[in-house]
Design a protein around this ligand. Structure first.
Ligand code: SF4
Ligand code: SF4
Length: 122
């Protein structure tokens, strides 16, 4: 399989992970904060990864509470922010065994796709 094909698969996997976790967070009963668990600390971690991967073209808005947040959600594609795309709180696992099963299966594929690390591209 070529690099490009592997990267395409990786992109699809992380997007699937985003789609799996997003409804959990959108329906979050634990956090009333407008941005749920998104905050500057996580944006900063993503920013560091983008720098490491030498990916340019995304605007870090210093003046915003959550610098990568856009009008319609995060402005960074899921495969460039694995830490956020895969983040859900433990309660989601306890309350939803079907979700847990899917999550564990998908997370395994996502993290396997990162080994060995692939050069990223915008
Ligand atoms: S990770 Fe948990 S607490 Fe955070 S927004 Fe998602 S569901 Fe809510
Ligand atoms: S999902 Fe996007 S906006 Fe939210 S913390 Fe991660 S990088 Fe920032």
């Amino acid at each position: 399989m070529s690099f490009e094909e592997k990267r395409d698969i990786q992109r699809v996997l992380w997007e699937e992970m985003r789609k799996l976790t997003l409804p959990k967070c959108m329906g979050c009963k634990g956090i009333k904060n407008k941005y749920r668990c998104c905050d500057r600390t996580f944006c900063d971690k993503v920013r560091a990864m983008l720098e490491l991967w030498q990916i340019k073209g995304y605007t870090y808005r210093e003046d915003q509470e959550v610098p990568y947040m856009g009008k319609h959600g995060c402005t960074i594609p899921a495969h460039h922010r694995p830490i956020c795309a895969s983040y859900v709180c433990p309660e989601n696992f306890e309350e939803d065994p079907a979700f847990k099963e899917k999550y564990v299966e998908l997370a395994k594929l996502c993290f396997e796709s990162e080994t060995p690390p692939l050069p990223r591209k915008v």
